[in-house]
Design a protein around this ligand. Sequence first.
Ligand code: SF4
Ligand code: SF4
Length: 115
Amino acid sequence: MTRMYDSNPPPTAPMRPRASRERLVAIVSEDCTGCQTCVDICLVDCIEPTPTAAKSQPPAPVHIREDECIGCFLCAKVCEELEAKAIHLVPVERLGSDRGTGRCTAEPSSATPLS
Ligand code: SF4
Ligand code: SF4
């Protein structure tokens, strides 16, 4: 049996450039209680607890290695469920000189809070 496309290849859709999406990364605000719940949630293990100088001190905010973050939102959801809402997703381009610090000092209007 001869198929319709044996002699003529099927038409293909024209290649379209993929819409470029901003890469979002997680950053931690000062609202972090240091509970460390998000540390084990991260799929790529890029959230680190920050050691405190003394046991008598309150837990320090966690640190996110944003270069490894895949922007999956999981940590932000967990943090939101804990009512801390300390994790925000921002476009990596907005980090500027803050890259590597786990913080973002960009103008609030240019950052993208999760909620
Ligand atoms: S879950 Fe939220 S409050 Fe707890 S350590 Fe993570 S960022 Fe901080
Ligand atoms: S957004 Fe995902 S990959 Fe990034 S720190 Fe949170 S859990 Fe980890």
